[in-house]
Design a protein. Structure first.
Length: 346
């Protein structure tokens, strides 16, 4: 069975700090019935409606009905979830079967920072409850950024408590809005990935199925069996002989130019292959269209920048600062800082 996607436009009601579609021109209108028939003619039996934000499409329920009439056995929706609470009942009645949401933090402050919309977290969580109450299967993706990787472990319990079936953590692309904000958005993988794997392992223990994408195999360890396929990115020279090269996602090319390839090492041996994609795994349909400028100005790699800093000589005391060879004994310090030497009660 295969799953295909259909974009219903590029408009969105969030302004995510990493949005890979930012700066894409508005999409041209489609004859949706014709496009659905074409996609069904490829032999695909599952469909995900994507954007932009597809819940902004006024005819969304009708598109779902048309898709089911064309013979799609499963019709999903990739969404930021802000309008899900109000739309889920009608969409489920039209034949929607599943929902793929983006969850960027386990609390409002983290999620809303990334979407740049106050209240987006509460709207999303409310939508999860309504979607599940109407029988829709839900999976969630988290884009791992410099601002959320340390608190990813809060997301798994949230998703499990809302009846979500599976969770994926993915590395961001240096595309769209993340190009200008690269050093604010893109984390160092070797630093961030261990946090992600720890959070995913804990979520797995709660009963969530977990996946990763966009992260090179050499940083995944046993989680290589949970890596979802995606468009190949870039590779370093040492990747050529890696046993996992064929199924490795590689690294974003601009990331490689910015930070170098010191984080990448061929795996010691061919690790177990990922499991075949089943119905849940197929629901993770990827970021869709992206915008990468032709000439990205990449800052110098940090190591190079440090090497270029001139030696400024030995430090000198600040104004009014004095130095002395005299050493203060413990008794002398006790006289100067008596509060530090008082015994604490209890």
């Amino acid at each position: 069975m295969t799953r295909v996607t259909l974009s219903l436009g590029r408009a969105c009601n969030n302004a995510c700090v990493f949005c890979s579609q930012d700066a894409l021109p508005p999409s041209s209108p489609l004859d949706l019935a014709t496009e659905l028939a074409r996609l069904r003619g490829t032999g695909a039996t599952e469909l995900t409606l994507v954007g932009g934000e597809p819940t902004l499409q006024p005819a969304l329920a009708e598109v779902i009905r048309l898709a089911r009439a064309q013979g799609f056995e499963r019709v999903g929706l990739q969404t930021n979830g802000r309008l899900l609470a109000s739309l889920a009942p009608a969409l489920a009645a039209a034949g929607l079967t599943d929902v793929h949401v983006t969850v960027l933090g386990g609390e409002p402050a983290v999620h809303d920072y990334h979407t740049a919309v106050e209240g987006s977290f509460r709207a999303l969580v409310a939508g999860l409850g309504v979607a599940r109450s109407h029988g829709l299967q839900v999976v969630a993706t988290t884009v791992m950024t410099r601002s959320n990787y340390r608190v990813l472990n809060a997301i798994g319990p949230l998703l499990q408590s809302r009846g979500v079936s599976a969770w994926q953590v993915t590395a961001p692309l240096v595309a769209g809005r993340a190009v200008a904000a690269m050093d604010r958005v893109i984390p160092r993988l070797a630093l961030a990935v261990p946090y992600a794997l720890h959070a995913l392992d804990a979520a797995q223990r709660l009963g969530l199925r977990t996946f990763v994408s966009g992260i090179p195999s050499c940083l995944l360890g046993p989680f290589i069996t949970r890596a979802l396929p995606g468009a190949p990115r870039a590779f370093a020279p040492q990747c050529a002989g890696c046993p996992a090269r064929e199924r490795c996602s590689g690294v974003d090319a601009t990331y490689l130019a910015r930070f170098g390839d010191d984080e990448l090492t061929p795996v010691a041996n061919a690790l177990a292959a990922p499991a075949p994609l089943d119905g849940i795994a197929r629901m993770f349909t990827g970021p869709g269209e992206t915008f990468v400028p032709e000439n990205i100005v990449v800052p110098a790699p940090p190591a190079t920048a440090r090497a270029q800093l001139g030696e400024m000589g030995k430090g000198v005391p600040a104004t009014a600062e004095v130095s002395s060879k005299d050493r203060k004994s413990g008794e002398a310090l006790k006289g100067i800082f008596p509060e530090l030497f008082k015994a604490k009660d209890g």
